[in-house]
Ligand binder design. Structure first.
Ligand SMILES: [Zn+2]
Length: 439
């Protein structure tokens, strides 16, 4: 609008043939003043609108033993047309968020003067907020990531006679929430029955906090173990560009995965939208068993075989849509459903990681996703996530080059952290560790 006024001024100047500089300046000033007035009027309008809207926020909090259904049903009762509107909210959010609720987490609903849902807000952690807003075209999902502060700490220790690994990790100041993760990384490389007193380890952890210093998450960036019998081992955290890449894991400097005999992931990017087991539909409250894992992914994303095997099913039905089943050497069977297309036929031999189809939304499905199921040799559905899964046994090509850069960076980070002042490892111990803020 400002531009328009300015252009009108220019047009007026041209029409009158006036080219005196003062007049131009005066007109420009006038136009600036007008646009300032328009801005202030617009903000007045926004304020008045807000009051007229009479919107207010209602909320409800997760109690012990509750799932999303309980919280949604209390909210449903407080808004007009709650079943329908919150149902639409759920449809908008379901492919992006897995509701794994913790006691005290809160759902917020903004309602308008008619008590109809305008906005839904739920934070999965202090820095990740999921929002569903009502727009002219329906309910639309968006995600807000707030800034985090990162701290790196180096923990070093020596195994002692009669101490457990977890015990010693805790003793050197590693926060309890990270002990299991650190020990998992170490145990991938080190056979602990062969570890001996005097063996040394060094760990670089990175913790993220929000601005109020609430812990958001932690990662093992580096783990080193030097043992008399087991030898010297190092593990580096590799990060692909996408934080959901299935390649994000620990590797040796040579690019070998710490675990090398796991299943391959069926997708390169992992976004679980529904996990295995009995689930209660958050809106309808219906209980259903879910015999696999749902991964949200864009339409057409390549689906990979998780292990070597022979295709035993490649077909279509109204429920599963395009589906493929692969029987593996140990008689377990992996299942891939709702695909847009299938790339293999019955009887085909497939290798681990081979493309076997593309993500779709065929059969009974609300949006593009892969339903991935796994049957054991006895024919029972098991939780696929109970299997060890890896992206690759070895990083190659561009990914290996990226790892090498990251290894050099991690070594630099260890030096920097070791050169930082020692401070108390955490609130529950007097152990001092080297710690620094990362930018
Ligand atoms: Zn599913």
């Amino acid at each position: 609008m400002n531009k328009l006024i300015f252009m009108l001024c220019v047009v007026a100047l041209v029409l009158t043939g006036c080219n005196e500089e003062e007049k131009i300046n005066a007109l420009q000033q006038e136009s600036a003043a007008l646009s300032a007035k328009i801005d202030s009027l617009n903000s007045e309008i926004a304020k008045v609108k807000e009051i007229a809207d009479n919107s207010r926020v209602i909320s409800d909090t997760v109690r012990a033993g509750e799932g999303p259904f309980h919280v949604f049903s209390r909210l449903k009762a407080q808004v007009s047309n709650g079943e329908e509107d919150l149902g639409k909210v759920y449809v908008a959010i379901q492919d992006s968020v897995e509701f794994k609720l913790k006691v005290g987490e809160t759902f917020y609903v903004t309602v308008d003067s008619d008590n109809r849902v305008r906005k839904f807000r739920y934070a999965t952690n202090p820095v990740t907020v999921h929002v569903v807003s009502k727009t002219d075209t329906g309910f639309v999902y968006s995600r807000i990531d707030k800034p985090v502060v990162k701290k790196q700490s180096v923990y070093e220790g020596v195994l002692e006679e009669g101490s457990t690994l977890n015990g010693i990790l805790f003793k050197v100041g590693i926060p309890a929430r990270m002990v299991g993760i650190v020990s998992g990384v170490l145990q991938c490389k080190v056979a602990f029955p062969l570890a001996r007193p005097g063996d040394r380890f060094r760990i670089l952890l990175e913790d993220s906090y929000n601005q109020d210093s609430v812990w958001v998450g932690g990662k093992v960036i580096y783990a080193e173990f030097d043992g008399r019998i087991v030898g010297h081992h190092e593990a580096f955290r590799y990060e692909d560009e996408d934080p959901r890449s299935s390649y994000n894991a620990h590797y040796t400097e040579k690019g070998d995965a710490l675990v090398f005999d796991g299943l391959r992931y069926p997708l390169e990017h992992l976004r679980i939208t529904s996990s295995f087991g009995v689930r209660v539909h958050p809106i309808t409250g219906k209980r259903t068993g879910h015999n696999g894992v749902d991964y949200g992914a864009p339409m057409g994303t390549v689906v990979h075989a998780v292990a070597e095997g022979v295709v035993t099913v490649s077909g279509y039905d109204d429920l599963s849509g395009n589906k493929v089943a692969i029987k593996h050497r140990d008689n377990s069977v992996s299942w891939y459903m709702h695909m847009q297309s299938r790339g293999v036929g019955v009887g085909a031999k497939v290798s681990p990681g081979q493309a076997i189809g593309r993500v779709g939304s065929t059969g009974r499905s609300t949006g593009p996703h892969l339903h991935f199921g796994f049957k054991n040799a006895q024919g029972a559905w098991i939780n696929p996530l109970s299997k060890t899964m890896i992206a690759t046994p070895k990083l190659e090509g561009a990914r290996f080059a990226r790892l090498q850069k990251q290894v050099a960076e991690i070594r630099k980070q260890i030096e920097l952290t070791l050169a930082s002042p020692a401070i108390k490892a955490n609130d529950t111990t007097d152990v001092m560790v080297r710690m620094r803020l990362v930018d």
